[in-house]
Design a binder for this molecule. Sequence first.
Ligand SMILES: Nc1ncnc2c1ncn2[C@@H]1O[C@H](COP(=O)(O)OP(=O)(O)OP(=O)(O)O)[C@@H](O)[C@H]1O
Ligand SMILES: [Mg+2]
Length: 237
Amino acid sequence: MGAGQAVHVRGLVKQFGDSIVLDGVDLDIRAGEFVAVVGHSGCGKSTLLRVIAGIEQPSAGTVEHADPVAVGFQDSRLVPWQRVWRNVVFGIRAPRAELRQQARAVLAEVGLSDYEDVWPHTLSGGQAQRVSLARALTLDPRLLLLDEPFGALDALTRLNAQALVSRLWAQHGFAVMLVTHDVEEAVILADRVIVIADGGIAHEVAIDLPRPRSHADHRVVDYKAEILARLGIDIVT
Ligand SMILES: Nc1ncnc2c1ncn2[C@@H]1O[C@H](COP(=O)(O)OP(=O)(O)OP(=O)(O)O)[C@@H](O)[C@H]1O
Ligand SMILES: [Mg+2]
């Protein structure tokens, strides 16, 4: 895999028992590219992400990715018995003062400077997700894999979280693969939207729009309609 690439997948097959979920997927993500993955529930989006992350092994095919890789899920997966700053640097071995400094820097990046010392259960859902993003940043990832990271957030918090991910992406230059149910979110954030169906990549849509993007932009609405049509859904108004 070349230096300009973040993900290189060839002939990926993943089956569980007799059920073939992914059937020969080829996928390339360029370094620094933002790719969103959409598709009907159960089509294999999370499976694809988990195989790329190395959480699941492929049944056949090859999977390569740039390192370091960080992964974020819908559930922020914070450890309840550690304060926020400890969660951010969980698993990193370094002197305490150094860890504290590192946590402080990334928490500032996600706008949570005042929350270093609080317990995870006192955070809102959106704040917990931001802590989870801060934790990902400590890895200085070249590739960030996100599986429905905003899925449990209310609409307004979700917009803020999307803007944050977009800003972190622009600042850090890592590649992102974002799995989402939300086609509009995919269009607002991604360079390219991939539609998974029938065990493979059924469609790819390059989102050729300057940033920042507005939900009200008619071109965003047009892309959304195009992708929904690819998913077999017509917008009825
Ligand atoms: N560990 C597993 N063992 C058996 N079957 C599994 C396993 N993981 C996933 N599957 C099956 O693989 C298929 C794809 O699941 P996956 O979680 O990838 O879907 P998804 O596209 O992420 O769906 P959703 O949008 O609902 O999150 C489903 O039929 C699911 O039941
Ligand atoms: Mg899923």
